[in-house]
Design a protein around this ligand. Structure first.
Ligand code: NDP
Length: 611
């Protein structure tokens, strides 16, 4: 491929050669087993799920009537609980598998963990709780601390059940109550239930032959074993690794953040790579308290709106967040506008503009690897050959530099993955790498069934399970309400705005809607609130109009963003669906829906007809 000296100068890019390279790299990675290549940490792998942070203390089973049971103590559950409390619903019981609130941020305490979305918009309820983020991008301990702050501020610790897994949820039609059962023997009869069970807490392991035979020490990044490594989540030196040969499998967003710390502290580090991540500039900064004090009340809503607009191709006078996410979309937008000036319109013109700006960005990203990594072979192997949005874009200013450390070895598997694991180490291309410690940065259950991720089934009215109702893909109104499952609310980004660059924005919007609906039901004395079949179907039809073709991009390397490169069926499309007019339009739509006071699509039933 020829490139000009100036990466901004697209004329120097041989597009045909680039496309051919992208396809060749994708071909190497395509596997017939797709998502099935991963194994669940159950049975002999169950220890990978154990909570290393708190001890499970025995307690008596709880039996109680509650107004709202909130399943999941991550940001989904916390913002829902907070909005319910604000609406005057006091009797809220949080149920959480971890030993505290925080969800993904409870589990993920690996060194260097931080959020790629700017703290000013990612951390929810900053104005309500009076917190100022310390940096533009905050590290995990501060995010976990903020989760705890929300729980404290809104009284959500009261009644909360931690280290408690829900095992089943069943609708009792005779009493219009949900029966919530847990692995502690609890039985709660809840008038309403919210489910914020998220995708990033259930680790998955690569199904590499021999994985069960490894005799050294091993753990998943979401259960970091500081007792073995030494150090702490704040980044103190991991003295336990000083004389160790450490291997890490995976080079996704998690690995990118912890590898610089391992490079610093391990005797020797072997990074086993299947696909390199794209690493753009991080440019983190400390937040100035004097500047923060000048922000007017209502600032966070304004920042959220500004980011959502710019991140999805809209226009605003100012880019308040000004980061890699808004940069990606403004490049595409500006190119579309420039092309329109030259008379190019329509979806084809948009696709062309998207491809051009992406080619430009990825050329820059590959040039950055070349400029930072000293060894040319290592630099070559670290260059990503796919479009930036095929995988999660990463932003870091120490990751690439880590490969210049003398004890750090990149073991590139050329898209094939680790060959096998044995008692003493890892094999790649016929070479054995002896290891003392093997860390799995192999990600989480994302594209799998919700029961596999949440660990429980939901049995609705008439005995239908949620798995049955969703056998052909998710079916909801606004991603929240499910027909046949009264008084239940699903809290997540899907089938609504689906703004993945700032997940918590989706969650606070959902929480605001839930609090309003619950307050309304209580005010009416309604025993049940449920979406009508017609309203649910109409919403699903609307979602199916949306163009999901970028997800199915033939130039995309496989990953969980695109069903591991396998064709998207109706089920996958529905599970990943978003409001056709985009996130900003959705936020406006749902705001109007709430303001109208009509609760269109929902049925409030004060008296329930006998079956
Ligand atoms: P990912 O699923 O993104 O990465 C898993 C890694 O394991 C990939 O590099 C994958 O390779 C590799 N892998 C899997 N199987 C094998 C194998 N057999 N041999 C070798 N390598 C293998 O998980 P992460 O934990 O990195 O990230 C998960 C998500 O968590 C992110 O996408 C993001 O949404 C979120 N996250 C967010 C952060 C934030 O700042 N907000 C920070 C960290 C994570 P391949 O790429 O080829 O599949």
């Amino acid at each position: 491929m020829e490139t000009s000296a100036d990466p901004h100068h697209l004329e120097g890019i041989d597009r045909e050669a680039l496309r051919a390279r992208y396809r060749a790299e994708r071909e190497k990675r395509l596997r017939p087993d797709g998502n099935d290549q991963y194994i669940e940490p159950t049975g002999r792998f169950a220890h990978f799920l154990e909570d290393p942070y708190v001890e499970r203390v025995d307690r008596k089973p709880r039996s109680a009537d509650v107004t709202v049971a909130v399943i999941g103590g991550g940001f989904a559950g916390l913002v829902t609980g907070a909005r319910l409390k604000e609406a005057g619903v006091d009797d809220v019981v949080l149920i959480e598998g971890g030993g505290d609130v925080g969800g993904a941020w409870y589990w993920n305490r690996y060194p260097g963990a931080m959020c790629d979305t700017a703290a000013m918009i990612y951390l929810p309820l900053l104005e309500e709780t009076g917190h100022m983020p310390t940096r533009k991008y905050t590290f995990a301990p501060e995010i976990f601390g903020h989760a705890r702050r929300i729980a404290e501020h809104f009284g959500l610790y009261e009644h909360a059940l931690f280290s408690t897994e829900v095992t089943g949820l069943e609708w009792d039609s005779s009493a219009s109550r949900w029966i919530v059962r847990t692995d502690r023997g609890d039985e709660l009869r809840a008038r309403f239930v919210t489910m914020g069970t998220g995708p990033l807490h259930r680790p998955k392991l690569p199904g590499i032959p021999g994985i069960e035979t490894f005799d050294g020490h091993s753990f998943h990044t979401s259960r970091w074993d500081y007792a073995y490594t030494g150090g702490n989540p704040a980044g103190a030196p991991m003295v336990g690794l000083a004389d160790k040969r450490v291997g890490i499998i995976g080079t996704g967003a998690t690995a990118v953040q912890c590898i610089p710390h391992l490079a610093r502290d391990a005797g020797e580090l072997f990074v086993f790579q299947r696909t390199p991540s794209s690493i753009d500039v991080r440019n983190n900064q400390v937040i100035d308290p004097e500047w923060f004090a000048t922000l007017e009340p209502g600032w966070q809503a304004a920042w959220l709106a500004n980011f959502a607009i710019l991140q999805t191709g809209g226009f605003a006078d100012e880019d308040l967040v000004h980061d890699g996410w808004t940069d990606i979309s403004q490049r595409i937008r500006d190119r579309v506008v420039a092309d329109m000036g030259e008379g190019a319109f329509g979806p084809e013109a948009f696709r062309r503009a998207y491809e051009d700006s992406d080619d430009e960005k990825m050329t820059e990203i590959r040039a950055r690897v070349d400029a930072i990594v000293e060894d040319p072979a290592t630099a070559g192997a670290l260059m990503p050959w796919y479009r930036q949005l095929c995988k999660r874009p990463c932003f870091h200013d120490e990751y690439l530099q880590a490969y210049n450390e003398p004890g750090v070895h990149l073991v590139d598997t050329d898209g094939r993955g680790v060959e096998r694991i044995d008692a003493s180490g890892v094999w790649v291309a016929g070479v054995h790498y002896p290891l003392d410690c093997l860390i799995f940065a192999s990600g989480f259950e994302v594209g799998t069934d919700y029961t596999r991720r949440s660990g429980f089934e939901v049995v609705g009215r008439d005995g239908t399970t949620l798995s049955e109702h969703w056998a052909d893909g998710m079916q909801t109104l606004h991603g929240l309400h499910v027909h046949g499952f009264p008084n239940l609310f699903v809290v997540g980004p899907g089938q609504a705005a689906n703004l993945i660059s700032n997940i918590t924005h989706n969650l606070t919007e959902a929480a605001t809607t839930i609090a309003l609906v619950v307050a309304r039901a209580l005010q009416l004395g309604a025993a049940e609130v449920e979406v009508s079949d017609e309203a649910e179907q109409a919403w699903v039809e609307l979602l199916e109009e949306a163009d999901q073709t970028l997800l199915a991009d033939p130039d995309c390397t496989p990953g969980y963003y695109n069903n591991e490169g396998r064709p998207l069926g109706r089920r996958e499309r529905l599970n990943g669906a978003r409001y056709p007019l985009g996130p900003v339009a959705y936020f406006e739509f749902i705001d109007n829906w709430r303001r109208s006071g009509e609760f269109e699509g929902l049925e409030f039933r004060v008296t329930v007809p006998m079956a």
